[in-house]
Write a protein that binds this ligand. Structure first.
Ligand code: CDP
Length: 229
């Protein structure tokens, strides 16, 4: 069985992180959440006064990019992977609405993307990796042997995200979540540098009407076919 690179891209809250994480656990690959890296940079910018009234101090942030260290480490009772920003566990903070509302404008900055794409490519150089995001199959790993593009309607995605936030004890209005999702979809798919696009050779999964088990069956079946080719 050959070791491959798996790229999973798709719209916000399409369930790609859950799928990617579980596939990695089942097949013993490394899982990397590239969105968490853009979120960590956004949190850093917020904490260092580089965002005022929704305006980003781009030059200031670009100068500080080399000071931002992002790692992943197992944490919590269940040993799930958490994001570390300069050694601090920020898994919870990077998911809050303040970060969610600024992350797409931060992810439009060319230098931020170049910096994070370099780190992502470094993490994947040994293969045996599953990475999810927006530009993994198109820009980060254009030669990935397995590419998946996940889609679902905005309404289904907003309901899923609201449930996730409720589990974490955060109460956010459905309308606000839907607006944030639509806003990010728009910025992510229309930006100049590596916009969210289905790679030509990606397999599309629309999971509007699929439950978790059905999605995983689809994904594992595809993985088995590709690794045994
Ligand atoms: O949690 P959700 O699925 O909504 O998004 P995420 O994967 O955590 O990514 C957060 C944001 O980071 C996205 O809306 C994009 O603006 C940006 N992103 C990106 O530009 N490129 C990636 N490879 C991953 C995320």
């Amino acid at each position: 069985m050959r070791r491959i690179t798996v790229a999973i891209d798709g719209y916000s809250s399409s369930g790609k992180s859950t799928m990617a994480r579980e596939l990695a656990r089942r097949v013993g690959y490394v899982y990397v959440d590239s969105g968490a890296m853009y979120r960590a940079v956004t949190l850093y910018a917020l904490e260092h006064g580089l965002i005022h009234n929704n305006t980003i101090d781009r030059e200031g942030l670009i100068k500080l990019l080399d000071n931002i260290r992002i790692n992943f480490a197992p944490a919590g009772e269940d040993g799930t992977q958490h994001t570390l920003l300069n050694g601090r566990d920020v898994e919870r903070e990077i998911r809050d609405m303040q970060v969610s509302s600024m992350v797409s404008p931060i992810a439009e900055i060319k230098e931020v993307r170049e910096h994070l794409v370099r780190l992502q490519q470094e993490l994947g150089k040994e293969k045996g990796i599953i990475m999810d995001g927006r530009d993994i199959g198109t820009t980060v790993f254009p030669d990935a042997e397995m590419k998946v593009f996940v889609d679902a309607s905005a309404d289904v995605r907003a309901h899923r995200r609201q449930k996730e936030m409720e589990v974490r004890g955060e109460k956010v209005k459905y309308e606000d979540i839907l607006e944030n999702i639509k806003n990010r979809d728009h910025i992510d798919s229309t930006r100049a540098i590596s916009p969210l696009r289905k790679a030509q050779d990606a397999h599309v999964l629309n999971n509007d009407n699929l439950d978790h088990t059905q999605q995983m069956e689809w994904l594992i079946n595809l993985f088995n076919v590709i690794t045994h080719e």
